[in-house]
Design a binder for this molecule. Structure first.
Ligand SMILES: Nc1nc2c(ncn2[C@@H]2O[C@H](COP(=O)(O)OP(=O)(O)OP(=O)(O)O)[C@@H](O)[C@H]2O)c(=O)[nH]1
Ligand SMILES: [Mg+2]
Length: 385
């Protein structure tokens, strides 16, 4: 096998050179962008199963020169490796060594004692819960700096300390507790905005005895308005469909006597920038609005973070995590709140209206995030009320 390293301005240029030198059967071992200079350059390492004479291995064996071929091929590999090593600048090697050291240190692999191995088990456990690698490293580094090795005699005690750190990092907020009586629900399509609004309407109107009205800005789809009207009729609450800011303001005047007004919004792709602008304009009122962004736990972490960032233009107040009942790992909750820094208002855990909703509780969320771990066994955890 021949291994060769190429530098080129683009992948296309590199592939052309590779095909020319190593033939059509060549394959890519690695590729990376190079930092040096102003123009982007790529480094591509490729290999081919042809020998130095440009023949397939089978053919070389037929011609009776395999030893010579293997020797030539090995020499070529050594030359290529030499070129790669010489190509790495001294500073980069030091940087690489430091990065690897920090990583091994975080994992506890630099220490051969119990403390070290406990750390690595904690690391892998937290990763398995869906907490991102940088956050796991951050948690373990705090753990190491704030607690002595004696405090972390086993995995249970280390996880208990981490559970405490996560509990402290989660802020909560309950709708209406900050004095705002106008509460809006925004988020991507199908996350559970209308269902969650209905659950909270029942809680405020039926359990708390508040005078509640419902508004929906979802006038795009008949089903969107009908769904809320059905819930409003069952609960005996007034509901209005509003199409635009003027109608919104008029409805607010009409509902001036209400203790609480809950506003549903239509789900649309967050990549629709016109929609985000419309929504921002719609919610910029003389009245104070408390806005909840709903994020579904069935979404990937990248999608949740992207949604949270895009809805950032409307400066929402709280996050509501939905569909926890459909999940077994809850690390994303920590990843999102740690990155976004907004309080969590509620979590929802099922389709049943009004039952499947709970106020966010930091200790309970931290328990869910860490998962069940007792002794040396991890058991799959589902959400239980
Ligand atoms: N499993 C589960 N399903 C849920 C939960 N909340 C809502 N759903 C379901 O998710 C689906 C969509 O819910 P909706 O409330 O219509 O979602 P939406 O965000 O209003 O949707 P659009 O208005 O179309 O954007 C429905 O089938 C709900 O029953 C939850 O906590 N768990
Ligand atoms: Mg809806």
């Amino acid at each position: 096998m021949q291994v060769r390293r190429y530098e080129a301005a683009s992948m296309h240029e590199a592939l052309t050179k590779i095909k020319r030198d190593l033939g059509r059967d060549a394959f890519i071992l690695s590729s990376k962008m190079l930092k040096s200079g102003n123009l982007p350059r790529m480094e591509v390492t490729a290999a081919s199963d042809k020998n130095y004479y440009g023949m397939d291995r089978d053919k070389a064996e037929e011609t009776g020169r395999p030893d010579l071929d293997i020797f030539a091929s090995l020499r070529s590999e050594v030359d290529e490796m030499k070129a790669i090593i010489l190509g790495v600048k001294n500073g980069e090697l030091t940087e690489l060594r430091e990065t690897l050291n920090t990583f091994f240190d975080t994992l506890g692999l630099n220490k051969k004692d119990e403390y070290g191995s406990c750390q690595s088990r904690v690391y892998y456990h937290l990763i398995s819960r869906g907490i991102s690698k940088p956050r796991v490293c951050k948690l373990i580094n705090i753990l190491k700096s704030d607690f002595s090795a004696e405090d972390m005699t086993d995995m249970d005690s280390a996880l208990k300390i981490i559970r405490g750190m996560i509990t402290k990092s989660i802020r909560v907020s309950n709708n209406g507790t900050n004095g705002k009586r106008l509460i809006a629900f925004v988020g991507p399509t199908g996350v559970g905005k209308t269902t969650t609004l209905a659950k909270l309407a029942a809680h405020f109107a039926l359990d708390k005895g508040l005078n509640v009205a419902l508004l929906t800005a979802d006038n795009y789809r008949i089903a969107g308005t009908e769904q809320l009207k059905v819930y409003a009729n069952i609960m005996g609450l007034p509901v209005e469909v509003i199409s635009g800011k003027k109608e919104f303001e008029h409805a607010l005047t009409r509902f001036a006597d209400k203790d609480m007004i809950l506003v549903d919004t239509p789900g649309k792709s967050q990549s629709d920038s016109d929609y985000m602008e419309e929504l921002r304009d719609f919610l910029s009122l003389d009245y104070q609005v408390e806005t909840n962004l709903l994020l579904s736990m069935t979404s990937s972490l990248d999608n949740m973070l992207d949604t949270a960032a895009r809805f950032g233009v409307i400066n929402y107040d709280n996050i509501i995590f939905t569909k926890l009942d459909e999940c077994v790992a809850f690390g994303s909750i920590f990843n999102v709140v740690d990155q976004v820094g907004k309080p969590v208002a509620y979590i929802t855990n099922g389709q049943n209206v009004p039952r499947d909703i709970e106020k966010a509780n930091p200790a309970k969320l931290a328990n869910l995030i860490i998962g069940n771990y007792s002794g040396s066994r991890f058991t799959v955890q589902r959400f239980n009320s």
